[in-house]
Design a protein around this ligand. Structure first.
Ligand SMILES: [Zn+2]
Length: 212
């Protein structure tokens, strides 16, 4: 895991938004930017040469190796993501291929990570979700159905662990309170005392991850 992180709030200021800014729920609507806009949100880019992959709040440096093996392989080691590409992949296609491989790897990591944390945090909250689905969504981070099924955007695996925990706790708390009442937020607070700052982080920085 690389130590550098750009997934931090501008100036570390977590108090510039009023409490009213937290009224809308991430699970019900796309994450809105702060009213004054967010200067670091630049929109989706083509990533012509992927050199870093955001993962769990840090960065993995991408190293590309060509291999005589017919299948690609991905290895995470010492803060790097080594992508072994078959020599049969033409040089002109390497950039696009690396991007696809990195994205598949992140999705697989998201499934594993979320399954583990949903299980651990569900036990802490005393709830039992029925099914967990990891989706390729950009409009919402997570949701909880009346049937007790949870779904998450795989992109959350790029956020720091405590942000992921907040999101998981939020959706699990809906198994206790299927609303955003005061009681719901008390449940969230019980398992995630710093949830307000985590919500702020998602609103301020989440769009960068959604647009990755
Ligand atoms: Zn909610």
């Amino acid at each position: 895991m690389a130590s550098r992180s750009w997934l931090t709030l501008e100036g570390g200021n977590t108090t510039r938004l009023s409490e009213g800014s937290f009224q809308n729920c991430l699970s019900l609507s796309p994450c809105p930017c702060p009213p004054e806009g967010h200067p670091t949100v630049t929109g989706r880019t083509a990533h012509p040469g992927l050199t870093e992959v955001p993962f769990l709040g840090g960065f993995l440096r991408v190293e590309i190796e060509r291999s005589a093996l017919p299948l690609e392989r991905v290895l995470e080691r010492n803060g790097t993501l080594a992508i072994l590409l078959p020599v049969s992949v033409p040089a002109i296609q390497v950039s696009g291929h690396v991007r696809q491989v990195a994205e598949r790897w992140l999705k697989a990591q998201a499934r594993t990570y979320l399954q583990r944390r949903v299980g651990e945090l569900a036990a802490r909250l005393g709830v039992t979700p029925r099914q967990l689905t990891v989706k390729d969504t950009r409009s919402r981070w997570g949701s909880c159905s009346h049937a007790g099924n949870l779904s998450f955007s795989w992109r959350i695996v790029m956020a720091p662990p405590w942000i992921i925990d907040y999101l998981v706790v939020h959706e699990l708390a809906h198994l206790r309170e299927m609303n955003h009442s005061h009681r719901f937020w008390e449940v969230v607070h019980g398992a995630c005392p710093d949830y307000k700052s985590h919500r702020f982080w998602l609103r301020a920085c989440g769009e960068k991850l959604m647009n990755w």
